[in-house]
Design a protein around this ligand. Structure first.
Ligand code: 4AD
Ligand code: MG
Length: 462
């Protein structure tokens, strides 16, 4: 056995008339008079390979083991398929059962709910929905790199453990070697943060931005794509405690250039998936979100609407809608507001800019009005906020003043401030939540269903 063999995907695209091998898991099996049909999947594409087993070809013992969930390898002849839905099928001549699966196999229930499938996240990838999600996720991740590489951006690996709070939002997981679990209690080995592993309090990163900015100030155009962590106790369908973020950072680029990149990026990834994951997206369109293909094509073909936060608040105030949360200049937009703007008002993605500085992070460039910053958020129908970014404050004095004003520890940012002290440059960047993008691409409604193993409050199983 060797990995260099044809996948089901390749077999389905092959001409009939050859003897071939096929490996995979049995999706379904059905028997008619003198013949059994097995649908075989190896996850390489949405379609299964139909294996036809004529009476008498396999011994009774083997045939008995060909049940849903079993892992098997067939040898047989690739022949023209008389049935609908495929051009070729495999006429089996022999079969090896690597791993049988008995009737307790949990993935055989037809019409299992997404909630139930979350409880068997270690097995769900063998079904249609999660196989398709993971193929789309994979393709989009590949395209992220292709997009940046083809534009000369350098790929940076930013640290996962950090001592700085990038967003200043305080939703961080502490990393410590000082804690020991004793039965049902935690015991502190040493109460002194200075005696801890890193000699000071450290955390799982909420964003790679501050680190990637350092690389930008030497390599010009860079990006990071890695896991990020937020201890937000939010049980929403759009938040994870561990999610993947893509963060480009560009020197000699202002907020307009930043918006242009964001728009190009989202459009190009969607166009690529439409072309390369057509079967998977057709499935999502049929079973998960009936408007999916229409929406995705629409986004590829249309320009994103751009408006200021101030303009958005005016529209919300005059909308006549009865929102749960009121809107007033200065307060953060809630998901219901974001969705109204992008779904009801504009009907396509919207980029909001120039937010009040009080509701945005310390590093954003201040506008001349003294009240707003050069922030930009990309909002999309069904999801709300997909991207958050900004032009960065490159002026040392203004940045220092803002850090102090917010009561953040100036010393901790010494190296970040050095970037402004030595050879500072206008620069901009953004962060895109990869799982939100996969939700957008697939129409899946819950973020727990677009990552293999979701980390949310109270859930770290698997
Ligand atoms: O808007 P955020 O907090 O921005 C930053 O972290 C910046 N440092 C990015 C940058 O400019 N380099 O997060 C960026 C995006 C959001 O728009 C959202 O898509 C996603 O990350 N995101 C989450 N995704 C899943 N679960 C969560 N808890 C998320 N929090 C943010
Ligand atoms: Mg944000």
């Amino acid at each position: 056995m060797d990995y260099r063999r044809r996948y089901v995907r390749d077999l389905l695209a092959s001409a009939p008339g050859e003897q071939v091998e096929a490996f995979g898991w049995v999706k379904t099996r059905r028997d008619s008079k003198a013949v059994s049909f097995v649908q075989l999947s190896d996850g390489s594409c949405f379609k299964d390979l139909q294996v036809v087993i004529d009476e008498g070809v396999l011994d009774e013992e083997t045939l008995k083991q060909l049940t849903t969930g079993a892992c098997v390898g067939f040898v047989g002849d690739l022949v023209q398929s008389p049935g609908e839905g495929q051009t070729v099928e495999l006429k089996a001549t022999s079969c090896t059962v690597f791993g049988p699966a008995d009737a307790s196999y949990p993935m055989q229930k037809k019409g299992a709910t997404l909630e139930f499938l979350r409880e068997i996240a270690h097995l769900r990838v063998r079904g249609n929905t999660f196989g398709a999600v993971m193929r789309v996720r994979h393709r989009a991740a590949w395209k992220v790199h292709d997009f940046f590489q083809s534009r000369g951006f350098k790929w940076i690996h930013t640290p996962i453990i950090t001592a700085s709070d990038c967003e200043g939002a305080g939703a961080m997981f502490a990393v410590s070697t000082n804690l020991e679990a004793h039965g049902d209690k935690y015991v502190l080995k040493n109460n002194d943060p200075a005696a801890d592993f890193f000699g000071k309090p450290s955390y799982l990163t909420v964003s790679g931005q501050l680190n990637v900015e350092t690389q930008c100030m030497g390599l010009t155009n860079v990006y990071t794509f890695g896991p990020t962590f937020r201890a937000e106790n939010s049980n929403s369908a759009r938040h994870l405690a561990e999610f993947w973020m893509i963060e480009p950072e560009m020197a000699f680029c202002d907020i307009v250039g930043d918006m242009n990149l964001a728009e190009e990026f989202v459009r190009e990834i969607i166009a690529d998936c439409l072309e390369n994951c057509a079967d998977d997206l057709a499935f999502f369109n049929q079973r998960i979100e009936p408007e999916l293909l229409k929406t995705l094509h629409h986004v590829v073909d249309s320009e994103f609407e751009r408006m200021t936060y101030t303009e958005a608040v005016r529209l919300l105030e005059n909308s006549g809608e009865n929102f749960e949360f009121p809107t007033a200049w200065g307060s953060d937009l809630q998901s219901e507001h974001e969705r109204w703007l992008t779904e009801t008002k504009v009907g396509r993605p919207v980029i909001l800019t120039d937010y009040p500085k009080e509701i945005k992070a310390f590093y954003m460039r201040q506008n001349e009005d003294g009240k707003t910053v050069r922030a930009m958020d990309v909002l999309v129908p069904r999801i709300g906020e997909l991207i958050g970014g900004s032009q960065r404050e490159e002026r040392l004095d203004v940045l220092e003043a803002r850090i102090k004003e917010l009561g953040l520890p100036l010393e901790a940012y010494w190296w970040y401030l050095d970037l402004r002290r030595y050879g500072s440059a206008p620069h901009s960047g953004f962060g895109l939540g990869f799982e939100r993008l996969v939700m957008y691409l697939t129409g899946m409604k819950n973020i727990r269903d677009v990552i293999p193993f979701a980390r949310t409050p109270g859930h770290a199983e698997f």
